[in-house]
Every structure is written in structure tokens, then in C-alpha cells.
Design a protein around this ligand. Structure first.
Ligand SMILES: N[C@@H](CCC(=O)N[C@@H](CS)C(=O)NCC(=O)O)C(=O)O
Length: 409
């Protein structure tokens, strides 16, 4: 239970006090029996500290005041151990209580006393990688690089090649690509399914995105100078710049253009809170941590409210007012998952998503668009077979290449 080595490393950083308080009465007024008990505790603590931690403990018993304090230098975890060892939550009579260890940044400053999960976890001096378990615990490594298979990416006949999966970040790109298909008679693209259980670490994918995350895109318009585009927001901006010449989806003029950029960047900044924070700790993490879930649930609800209030002001149809833009396309996939209750288990109820009326109405409005309905199917490999189009190479694929059709052949 007691870990001597920790004392050496942490002793100098924290000074703690463990208080045995005697409410309302100066120590002198305590009964002789209680004074005896307190003195006993003082003696034991002093012994424990010196024998177990080879430290010179200063254990003080003030003659005035309402508290008997034993001050010594130790880590928060050691103090906990000592408290447990001495059963300091015992009843000392006469209303005397042991306030089990309170951290006092006393002589040297230091970190506050914290509970740990698991309870015996002590933050090591240097972090070391261990596999974390849970749904995504084994996927990543703490280093970058093409450490997976040495394999090039497939390449179709169109100039634009997307490598992705129909997660909220992936769907941002496929929605815009399908909007461009509807808006421009000659626009086409290939979209390849990249399962993120390893394919993102292959040499081919890594060359397209050194961050090894979907979505990634290659533009072979000039085959001698292919352009790689990664980060979903960057893909939206690139496609808008290159193909949306009229500013249909990304306004050309300020202030409308700035407002669109604002909400696009807002989305890019908030996704890690919704997904990596809330989604991970509420749904995927192999241990339910109240603090983490509360922190990210609070932030997620705050973000819902930001969007809800923004849409409600002036009863906006779209995030930028009357014009449907790449900001809507970026925000929709993350919000729709919560609104439709298809993301992170019971999250819809847990976060009471239906209370955000403007947000829900907007999500439905975007979801009803034909291009959006197709976009969410591309690179999808779960759910109804008729909603899965693993790889997309032509407009007609939605009629003939969905998974139900392929498997019926
Ligand atoms: N900021 C990036 C985030 C991309 C991202 O996190 N992609 C996830 C899927 S939604 C991924 O590829 N995860 C695989 C991994 O973490 O190894 C973007 O918006 O493109």
C-alpha cells in the first residue's frame, strides 16, 4: 500500500496538512481522553513518516485553536495511504473529526489532492504507452508515420479521389462532393472506403495525410502536380475555391464570406469536444469517469445552445442566414447524429437534444436535401445494406452498387 519510491520523487513538491479538528473548542478544553488520543495519533503519524519514508517529519500539535495538524511533506497519494493505514476516519468522540487529507500548497506550492481512477493510479513522472482497451484503445500509437502496411492508395478514373469513411468528419466531404455533383453537370469523383482500424496507417494513406485520419483527398487535375488535401475543413475550402466559381456554397463577398468561415472554423474547433471528449468518455471509454462525462456533457450542451440560439435569432434557415453553405455541411454531420439518436448510444436522451428546437429543425432541413441523403451513404459500411455505398465511382452507383444490390448479385 505504501510506496516509498513515490515519496522520493514527489516529496519536494507538496506540503500537506492532515487536520484533526475539534469544532468550537480550543484544544486546552478537550477532555484529557481526547487529548490523549490526539497525542497518540500525532505519535503514530510521526513514526509512520520516519520509518516508512525515511523523512524527518515535523508533526505539530498547536496549543491553541481548534485544530491539531500534522504537517509533513508527502505526495497526496501517500497521505491518503497514511490516512487509510491509521484509519483516520475513526470517530474521536466529542465531535472531533478527522478531515481526511486536505492538500495545502504550503511551503513549496504543489498540485491539489485528487482522487484517482483507478484508485491506486499515480501519475508517473514520465508517461509510457500502454494499450488502453475499449473500442478505439488499440488503434493509435503515440507516434506518427506510415507504420502500417506498405501499400499505395487505389486510384479511379476521375480527377478527384476521396479516401474516407462515413463518420461525421468523412461525411462533410461527401455531402459537398454530392452537392457539386448536383450543381455541376460535369463534376465527378471517386470515393474509396478507408476502414480506420488500420488502413489510415498505410504508406499510401500517410502520403495523402501525414496525420493518418480520414478524410483525405487527392486532386489529379494536373497529373504532373497532384495536390493532396487533408482535414475536412480544408477539403471543403479547397473544393469551394476550385469548383464553386459562383459562390453558391461559399459566399464570395464579405461579410457573408467571413460569417461562413467563422462557423466552419467553429465546427472544426468543436468536433473534438463532441467526439473525442463527450463521445469517447460517455460511450467508448472502457471506464465511466463521472468527472470526464460531466465536463464534456456540459461543453457539448453549451455548444448545442450556441448553435440553437444563433439559428433562433431571426429564425435563420441556415447557419449563415438564407444561404446554404459549407458551414452547414460541416456542422450537420455532427449535430444530426445526436438529433437522430444514432450516435453514442443513449446520448440523445442523456443530453436532452430534442430541447434544442431550432437546432433540430435545421438538422432536419439539411438532412432532407437529396445531396445530403446521398452524401451520408458514401463510404458507409454499417447500418441498412441499402444505405451503404462502400466505394463510389459514378452517379449511377446509388442505384446499382449499394451493398444490398451487390450482395443480391
Ligand atoms: N480534424 C480532422 C479530424 C479527422 C478525424 O479525427 N478522423 C477520424 C474519423 S472521424 C479518424 O480518421 N480516426 C482514425 C484514427 O484516429 O486513427 C478532420 O476534420 O479531418
Amino acid at each position: 500500500m505504501l510506496r516509498e519510491h513515490e515519496f522520493d520523487s514527489l516529496a519536494a513538491t507538496i506540503a500537506l496538512s492532515c487536520e484533526i479538528s475539534l469544532p468550537g473548542a480550543p484544544l486546552a478544553k478537550a477532555s484529557p481522553q481526547l487529548q490523549e488520543k490526539l497525542a497518540h495519533v500525532k505519535m503514530i503519524m510521526s513514526q509512520v513518516i520516519t520509518t516508512h519514508f525515511h523523512a524527518n517529519a515535523e508533526v505539530r500539535m498547536p496549543t491553541r485553536g481548534i485544530a491539531v495538524s500534522t504537517y509533513f511533506q508527502a505526495s497526496a497519494h501517500l497521505l491518503m495511504d497514511i490516512a487509510r493505514l491509521l484509519q483516520l476516519d475513526a470517530d474521536f468522540g466529542q465531535g472531533a473529526m478527522v478531515r481526511v487529507p486536505q492538500c495545502r500548497p504550503w511551503a513549496f506550492g504543489g498540485t491539489p489532492l485528487v482522487a484517482a481512477l483507478p484508485a491506486d493510479y499515480v501519475v508517473p513522472k514520465v508517461w509510457e504507452h500502454t494499450e488502453q482497451g475499449g473500442t478505439f484503445g488499440g488503434t493509435n500509437r503515440p507516434y506518427a508515420g506510415a507504420w502500417g502496411e506498405d501499400k499505395p492508395l487505389p486510384k479511379g478514373e476521375h480527377k478527384i479521389q476521396l479516401y474516407s469513411m462515413a463518420t461525421p468528419n468523412g461525411v462533410k466531404a461527401t455531402i459537398f462532393l454530392e452537392e457539386l455533383v448536383d450543381a455541376l453537370p460535369n463534376f465527378e469523383y471517386d470515393a474509396w472506403f478507408i476502414p480506420i482500424n488500420g488502413a489510415q496507417f498505410t504508406s499510401g494513406f500517410h502520403a495523402a495525410n501525414p496525420n493518418s485520419k480520414i478524410p483525405a483527398m487527392m486532386d489529379y487535375t494536373d497529373s504532373s502536380k497532384p495536390v493532396r488535401v487533408f482535414e475536412s475543413g480544408s477539403i471543403l475550402l479547397y473544393l469551394a475555391d476550385k469548383f464553386d466559381k459562383e459562390g453558391r456554397f461559399f459566399p464570395k463577398e464579405y461579410p457573408a464570406r467571413a460569417e461562413c468561415q467563422n462557423w466552419l472554423m467553429w465546427q472544426m474547433g468543436t468536433a473534438p469536444f463532441l467526439g473525442g471528449g463527450f463521445g469517447h468518455f460517455y460511450h467508448y471509454a472502457p471506464v465511466k469517469i463521472e468527472y470526464a462525462i460531466n465536463r464534456y456533457a456540459m461543453e457539448t450542451k453549451r455548444l448545442f445552445d450556441v448553435l440553437d440560439k444563433h439559428l433562433g435569432e431571426g429564425n435563420k434557415k441556415y447557419v449563415c442566414g438564407d444561404q446554404y453553405t459549407i458551414a452547414d455541411m460541416a456542422i450537420f454531420p455532427w449535430i444530426a447524429g445526436f438529433v437522430d439518436g444514432i450516435i453514442y448510444g443513449e446520448a440523445q436522451e442523456f443530453l436532452q437534444v430534442k430541447e434544442y428546437k431550432h437546432l433540430c429543425a435545421w438538422s432536419k432541413r439539411i438532412g432532407d436535401r437529396a445531396a445530403v441523403k446521398r452524401g451520408v451513404m458514401v463510404n458507409r459500411a454499417w447500418g441498412e445494406k441499402s444505405s451503404q455505398l462502400h466505394n463510389r465511382h459514378a452517379r449511377s452507383d446509388f442505384q446499382s452498387k449499394t451493398q444490398d444490390k451487390l450482395e443480391a448479385k
